[in-house]
Design a protein around this ligand. Structure first.
Ligand SMILES: Nc1ncnc2c1ncn2[C@@H]1O[C@H](COP(=O)(O)OP(=O)(O)OP(=O)(O)O)[C@@H](O)[C@H]1O
Length: 619
């Protein structure tokens, strides 16, 4: 392996801080000045409605854009929020507010908290069964849920007022309950939307945001490096739903009535289109999409064709989305969402690697991983049959066998990607064969994949930070990235990521997007990401595939260095020179059965291996 000091060091200039504030600044200035420059109250009301759509699109973006969960019934959460405000202010606290309109100052926060709770509960109700569903099934389930909520709002008459709805919801006046100028309502809603966006932006910039993007990019890989994917998907539902719930409350007060016609199935599609139009997965895309749409609607009202056929408005939106998807598939703002940026500076010392946190020292030669009678059946095919062997501390264990022998299946069973049909797998004495892959990863088994699976839209550094995700303190602090104590542990993770990158000799590409790397860099980054979980055992699935001779030699040195750092390795490889050169022991599989287990020298001479694996020519 080449020494990192001999490679050119690219010092990345930290971008000007000013640049980061450009978009927020532009939006804030437009938001603040809008009522002053708009001609008349009608337009200020339009602008306030635009803000409502901005919040809705930003909430839906957490689901669709960030986490990759399609939701066609998102408006349901908005309905929950709007009816919560209506019922609280008209039914529950109605008499009190009639006597003392100023009480709205504390009724409103109660409505907001209740809307967060109710919409959050609705989010987890829809989120829970959809945790295993994706694609078409998820779309249909969410669509059905949205319709159920709308139909309940029509038929649960005593609560929701049925088709008539609930009227006389107080305007946002905290003094005497009289009408308020649209400009006042606008600024109140602007404040709420700014708070919501700042909260969502901090969440996106936190480890939680990275976990969401990792799930969107490759859920299986995210789980295999310790992210509890169901938990984070559920959280995405709760966050998106609560955002819609909060803005629903303010919509109800702005409109002063709610009825089932306030929210239609069409609204679901409009909000979704706005997210796609603006740029799903970016922070500013959905905001741009929503603002442009509402202003288009307001202008379109005066176009004779649309006056005659109002339904053309949505048709026009659909047309714009189709054209845009062809011309600019990422949406208006298709810039990649920047999650974390490298700090610039100098390369860390070579050879540093944080050791796995071993509770008890392990004697060389002691069994780290024990497989007994592991069997894996897929339908009528037995891919593994009674596989039994130990991985001993201090060794690189080679796993070889012809194509289809069951090597990758075995790695999947060990790493929890699939659960073995029968048999036991013990890792430091703990049974792991029934654990999910995220749980296996947090116990100290990391892996790479036969075909490299990076988070292609993330930078190298971000890929590694996802690798370090499960080690960051508890679930709740991961939310709180604006607070220094979380940023501190985040800073340590960034430092560690840079050290690990230097260790695998890929430090110089830390700020590059994973998709722009060459084959060897991709392999090294995938290994580095696995090392970020601080594993005690590393499973490598054909890491030399696609590499040239010198890269393969370099990789061999890297594997040996990983072992020197106390990490035991299981290596699947078709490159015999690499496998024989780096392995201390080799297990040979054929048709799911172990046919040999010994040192490379023994395996070379083993007649069963020569016959089954190398073919009769090799004799
Ligand atoms: N999820 C699955 N469902 C059904 N069959 C599977 C599944 N995964 C693997 N198999 C089958 O199990 C057998 C073993 O496959 P596996 O990928 O483990 O072989 P391998 O030794 O890794 O081969 P290669 O060297 O070509 O990667 C093959 O016949 C394969 O088709």
């Amino acid at each position: 392996m080449s020494n990192t000091h001999t490679t050119p060091i690219v010092v990345i200039k930290p971008e000007l801080g000013l640049h980061r504030w450009l978009w927020p600044g532009v939006f804030l200035v437009i938001g603040l000045l809008a009522p002053l420059v708009l001609p008349g109250d009608k337009w200020v009301r339009v602008a306030a409605l635009a803000l409502v759509y901005v919040a809705l699109a930003s909430g839906l973006n957490i689901l669709v854009g960030l986490t990759g969960l399609l939701d066609l019934g998102f408006i349901a959460f908005f309905i929950v929020g709007a009816y919560t405000a209506a019922i609280f202010t008209v039914s529950t606290f109605g008499p009190l507010l009639a006597e003392n309109p100023a009480a709205l100052a504390w009724v409103l926060p109660i409505s907001v908290v209740a809307a967060i709770v109710f919409a959050g509960i609705a989010g987890s109700i829809i989120g829970y069964p959809t945790l295993r569903a994706r694609g078409d099934y998820l779309a249909i389930m969410t669509l059905a849920f949205g319709e159920i909520v709308r139909i309940v709002s029509i038929n649960w008459t005593e609560f929701t007022g049925g088709a008539v709805g609930i009227r006389n919801i107080p305007a946002l006046n905290f003094v005497d309950g009289s009408m308020v100028p649209p400009t006042t309502t606008y600024y109140i809603i602007l404040t709420v939307v700014v708070i919501l966006i700042v909260a969502l932006a901090s969440l996106i910039a936190s480890p939680v945001g990275r976990a969401w993007v990792a799930i969107r990019e490759d859920e299986l890989v995210a789980a295999s490096i310790g992210i509890r994917t169901r938990r984070y998907k559920l959280l995405a539902y709760v966050v998106g739903a609560s955002t819609a719930g909060v803005i629903g409350v303010f919509f109800a007060h702005m409109n002063q009535f709610v009825n089932p016609d306030s929210f239609t199935l069409e609204d679901n599609f409009i909000v979704l289109s706005l997210v796609i139009l603006g740029g799903a997965g970016t922070l500013w895309g959905p905001i741009t999409g929503a603002a442009l749409w509402i202003f288009f609607q307001a202008v379109a009202k005066d176009i004779p064709l649309i006056q005659a056929h109002p339904e053309f408005r949505t048709g026009f939106l659909a047309l714009i989305v189709i054209v845009l998807m062809i011309l600019r598939p990422g949406g208006i703002i298709s810039k990649r969402l920047e999650l974390t940026r490298a700090r610039g500076g100098t390369v860390p010392p070579v050879g540093e690697l944080v050791r796995p946190d071993a509770e008890q020292p392990v004697a060389p030669g002691a069994a780290v991983l024990r497989l007994q009678e592991v069997k894996q059946v897929f339908g009528g095919l037995t891919a593994l049959e009674a596989v039994t062997f130990d991985l001993k501390h201090g060794e690189v264990l080679g796993l070889m066998g012809p194509n289809g022998a069951g090597k990758s299946t075995l790695l999947n069973a060990i790493s929890g990607v699939t659960n073995a049909t029968s048999g036991t797998i013990e890792f430091f004495g703990e049974r792991t064969e029934r654990l999910e892959s995220s749980a296996v990863s947090t116990r100290g088994i990391a892996r790479t994949f036969q075909t490299v699976r990076l988070f292609w839209d993330m930078t190298v550094l971000e890929n590694l930070l996802v690798g370090g995700h499960s080690r960051l303190a508890g679930f709740v602090p991961k939310f709180l990235s604006p607070f220094p104590f979380v940023r501190k542990s985040e800073r340590f993770t960034v430092e560690e990521a840079e050290e690990v990158l230097a260790f695998v000799d890929a430090w110089e590409c830390r700020d590059r997007r994973a998709s722009s790397l060459d084959a060897y860099q991709q392999r090294k980054v995938e290994i580095a990401r696995a090392l970020m979980t601080r594993p005690r055992v590393l499973l490598l699935d054909e890491p030399a595939a696609g590499l040239n001779e010198s890269e393969t030699r370099d990789l061999s040195t890297l594997i040996a260095r990983i072992r020197e750092h106390g990490i035991d390795v299981i290596l699947i490889e078709h490159d015999m020179d690499l496998l024989m050169g780096v392995s201390d022991r080799i297990v040979v599989l054929d048709h799911g059965v172990i046919i040999a287990d010994g040192t490379p020298a023994e395996i070379r001479k083993n007649p069963a291996v020569l016959e089954a694996y190398l073919g009769s020519d090799a004799k």
